[in-house]
Design a protein around this ligand. Structure first.
Ligand SMILES: Cc1cc2nc3c(=O)[nH]c(=O)nc-3n(C[C@H](O)[C@H](O)[C@H](O)COP(=O)(O)OP(=O)(O)OC[C@H]3O[C@@H](n4cnc5c(N)ncnc54)[C@H](O)[C@@H]3O)c2cc1C
Length: 382
């Protein structure tokens, strides 16, 4: 039987797209995932291949090189990329999903024409740089400064934890152009071949091994003022809108990771014997599986409902914060249970649930922590 979320919210086009995306991911990516996780990276060519297949810009407008699909196409692609077996791979391939929307929403026609087709085709790798060594959750206190000098800005500062940052060609960068607080923040598009830009470190991580995560430094980087995205000192609002979609996509990805852990657990507990029967025969195991699919189905349906509201033009900020916390907490719980159901094998690198366990830990942190989501939710109810 079809899943409730699919029945309620997906069109025939969405379903056909899922089959196409799944075929691409399973044939072209999945066979290499173990090697890419071990090597801690994947070939640049994958971006171009995804671009040629029309996947990179699936939910972006055709005028800028995308395929013109709605957000649910992006959700489906994110889910299918996770099903490669590496959510890190999906994260790096998906950084355009956070780097591009500010340009689409607030950029000039010239910026869109110059940057977006190169990103959608996979010629350029893009990244979004918000977080700094001294400021993460408290975005309004970032200190990377862009000072106007004639027709340019001169940028000085540092960013950290930037996904795809070690090899990005273009970075949507959050900078301070004005005074203290959120009113002094702007967005600048920075091409990384500009003198003074440097990748200071490729960071070692618990999970997401196929994805690079960089610390970046900017020393007197001269950037044309025409690279300013949106109004000067008006970047904070653009960024907050961007966070909403990012968080929803993190939520839907987390649900798919839980789904995979559930499927692995179902298969394993049917096969694994203990005390003369499959461990799925124990009521406690069956109940764990029942609780897993309960959380997965409820979160998926809630998330897809929110995606349709976003497609309709709403920005349900509180509900997206609820979705992120509910989905990522559920996924952490489900994946932890999956490791437990696999016994000692669940702790072994060769089992998918081990990778899921390491990778999922990021989801209540990245894109806004659980505590920050609770702040957003609580401000609307108190
Ligand atoms: C693998 C990875 C990839 C990432 N990719 C990117 C990227 O591509 N681009 C980018 O810009 N960033 C990226 N990030 C950064 C990520 O978004 C931040 O780590 C996250 O927003 C938290 O910021 P922080 O690490 O500075 O933690 P902090 O803000 O220092 O928080 C530390 C702790 O304090 C809590 N806390 C903070 N404020 C409050 C409060 N008001 N009330 C209660 N508790 C609070 C937090 O919830 C957390 O538990 C990435 C991070 C990782 C780990």
């Amino acid at each position: 039987m079809d899943r409730l979320a699919d029945t309620l919210f997906l069109s025939d086009e969405h379903r056909i797209f899922r089959q196409q995306a799944r075929r691409f991911v399973q044939e072209r990516l999945a066979p290499h995932v173990d090697a890419w996780e071990a090597q801690k990276g994947f070939p640049r060519e994958v971006y171009r291949e995804m671009g040629r297949a029309g996947l990179l810009g699936v939910n972006f407008p055709e005028e800028v090189g995308g395929a013109g699909g709605d957000l649910l196409f992006g959700v489906i692609l994110g889910e299918e990329l996770v099903r490669s077996g590496s959510s890190g791979l999906g994260a790096s391939l998906g950084t355009l999903g956070i780097a591009v929307p500010p340009i689409l929403n607030a950029g000039t026609a010239a910026q869109k024409a110059a940057w977006l087709p190169r990103i959608m085709s996979g010629e350029w790798i893009s990244a979004l740089a918000v977080t700094e060594p001294g400021a993460g959750s408290d975005v309004a206190s970032i200190s990377t400064r862009a000072v106007r000098d004639g027709d340019d800005y001169i940028v000085n500062g540092a960013k950290t934890f930037i996904t795809s940052g070690t090899r990005a060609d273009f970075i949507t960068t959050v900078v301070r152009t004005g005074g203290e607080g959120f009113g002094g923040i702007s967005l600048l598009g920075i091409e990384t071949d500009r003198p003074g830009f440097m990748v200071s470190r490729n960071l070692e991580k618990m999970g997401w091994h196929a994805s690079d995560t960089a610390e970046l430094s900017f020393t007197d980087v001269r950037v044309p003022a025409s690279n300013l995205i949106g109004p000067e000192n008006g970047g904070f609002g653009v960024l907050m809108l961007n966070f909403a979609t990012e968080r929803l996509l993190l939520a839907t990805t987390a649900v798919e990771m839980a789904q995979m852990a559930y499927e692995e657990s179902l298969r394993y507990t049917r096969e694994r014997q203990a005390f003369g029967r499959p461990i799925a025969g124990f009521q406690v195991t069956r109940h764990k599986l029942a609780e897993m699919i309960t959380g997965i189905d409820v979160c998926r349906t809630y998330n897809y409902a929110l995606a349709t509201r976003v497609i309709a033009g709403d920005r349900p900020i509180k509900e997206i914060a609820i979705a992120k916390n509910a989905s990522t907490d559920m996924a952490c719980r489900v994946i932890d249970q999956a490791v437990q159901l696999h016994g000692g094998f669940g702790y072994m690198r060769e089992f998918l649930v081990e990778r899921l366990y390491r990778d999922i830990r990021l989801y209540p942190i990245g894109g806004g922590t659980r505590e920050v989501m609770n702040e957003i939710i609580s401000k609307t109810i108190i």
